[in-house]
Design a protein around this ligand. Structure first.
Ligand code: ATP
Length: 446
């Protein structure tokens, strides 16, 4: 119980830091919010972009067998009939007859499920019914059955429907993959746990096409690559766990699925998935569109529908994992401090530059020069002369800035260089402010 309470407090602290420091706000807050939506502020979007860029670098730019995509969010509704989402993308919903609150039947506490009592008011829960989670909309001016479309609930289908375009324009040989990052929408019955379960979120997905004879090699390869990516974004390996999804819980078309779970403050929960989806998707789209989506292997002289391995990552869940992993409270110089121990690769601000005192023009001038030089090299650099230096360090610690560079009197009077302070240890070292400083920072920031 105590642990649970502590974890709840930790989650509250993360949410409040995100709001206080301009990472993430409740969606449409001035109107009372919209459940399941979040707005990313300046530091949040920088952190998110860094995570996406590392993913793209590892899985697209860093390889020669991956084709990047950015497909439309609105798709021909036949897509979702073929994929099975129209008939099957549903969660079991129960409603309380008294307070009208709705719950996912598979997520209510066991006691309530047994007694059929509402977890909020003890009222009677109704029968479970299937609730389709796709957001419906209409395309064009006429709102009738023929104009119905959906906001995509996953990015994957945007790649399957472009499989033939990639084959025809690039003539790739198997194995090869398609990758994209984009928004997905799910009308979740009970959005919860901050970014963990929202109604609008982002995914980073890969559809990797293989000869079925070799699917295991590619599956093993991506298993390792997922862990390598977690390292890229600075997650502790000890907090990520593989869960082999048992036969009776896997989607019927999947022959193997591994969920990557993370120790979030609210418990161990799914971060990403890796699934062997067989030839299910391409076969279905072939059938529904009547377009041939087979592949001819001219070495093996055989024609077949490729099988697919799908590593699927949630951007927002990655970001929440990164934040939970980084959130630290300690004591420094006899004072309590809160800081984000972010990997420099994802930190929204890489370096902050300060003049020791705001009212000494020679310090400010020098600090501005160094700031301009570092900004040109590293981009995400901040200048700060607001408040005393201790306060500035704490402000930067709180947003996870790895280094603070300070111009003091010794910089000017003794040409002693600047001080560079390390976020985690608080230690400072003096470094000459030209190329030496740039080289030093490159070594750690990359
Ligand atoms: P869950 O079981 O938690 O609902 P899922 O198995 O339905 O997730 P997938 O359909 O495999 O999830 O989606 C791939 C990834 O997209 C997930 O691993 C997760 O990172 C992310 N994701 C899915 N649903 C949400 C959501 N509602 N909010 C934020 N991220 C999500």
């Amino acid at each position: 119980m105590q642990k649970e309470q502590k974890n709840e407090e930790l989650m509250d602290s993360i949410v409040s830091l995100c709001k206080r420091r301009g990472f993430i706000f409740q969606g449409s807050e001035i109107y009372g919010g919209l459940a399941g939506t979040w707005d990313y502020g300046p530091y949040g979007v920088a952190l998110k972009n860094n995570i996406k860029a590392l993913w793209w670098k590892r899985f697209v730019e860093g390889r020669d067998d991956m084709y990047g995509m950015d497909a439309a969010i609105l798709m021909n509704p036949r897509t979702w009939e073929a994929s099975g989402h129209v008939s099957g993308f549903a969660d079991p919903l129960v409603e309380c007859a008294k307070c009208k609150h709705r719950f996912r039947a598979d997520q209510i506490p066991v006691e309530n499920a047994k007694t059929n009592k509402c977890p909020d008011c003890d009222g009677k829960l109704g029968e479970a019914r299937q609730f389709n989670m796709m957001f419906k909309t209409h395309v064009g001016a006429i709102e009738d059955a023929s104009s119905v479309s959906y906001l995509r609930p996953e990015t994957a289908q945007g790649m399957f429907v472009n499989f033939k375009n990639i084959i025809d324009t690039f003539h790739p040989r198997l194995p090869f993959g398609m990758a994209q990052i984009g928004k997905a929408f799910r009308n979740e019955i009970a959005p919860r746990d901050f970014l963990f379960r929202s109604r609008e979120f982002e995914q980073m997905e890969i559809e990797y096409f293989v000869d079925p004879e070799n699917w295991k090699d590619s599956f093993e390869h991506f298993l390792k690559e997922v862990h390598a990516f977690n390292k890229d974004i600075g997650l502790d390996a000890g907090k990520v766990h593989e869960l082999e999804v048992p036969d009776n819980e896997r989607a019927f078309y999947s022959k193997r699925t591994i969920d990557f779970e993370f120790d979030f403050p609210f418990g161990r929960s799914e971060l990403y998935g890796l699934a062997y989806r067989t030839d299910y998707d391409l076969k279905k789209h072939s059938e529904f569109s009547t377009v041939d989506l087979s592949y001819y292997d001219d070495e093996a002289k055989k024609r077949f529908i490729p099988h697919c391995i799908e590593p699927s990552f949630g951007v927002d869940r990655s970001l929440l994992a990164v934040l939970s992993n980084a959130y630290t409270e300690d004591e420094m110089g006899g004072e309590k401090r809160t800081y984000l121990k972010l990997a420099p690769s994802v930190a929204p601000v890489k370096i902050a530059v300060f003049p020791l005192l705001k009212n000494k023009p020679e310090l400010v001038k020098k600090a501005r020069e160094i700031y301009a030089m570092l900004k040109k090299e590293f981009g995400a650099v901040e200048f700060d002369d607001n408040g005393n230096i201790g306060k500035r360090y704490r402000r930067q610690d709180e947003i996870g800035t790895p280094f603070c560079v300070t111009v003091d009197f010794e910089t000017i009077e003794k040409s002693a260089g600047v001080t560079v302070r390390d976020r985690d240890t608080g230690k400072q070292e003096r470094i000459k402010e030209g190329q030496e400083l740039i080289d030093f920072l490159y070594k750690t920031i990359g």
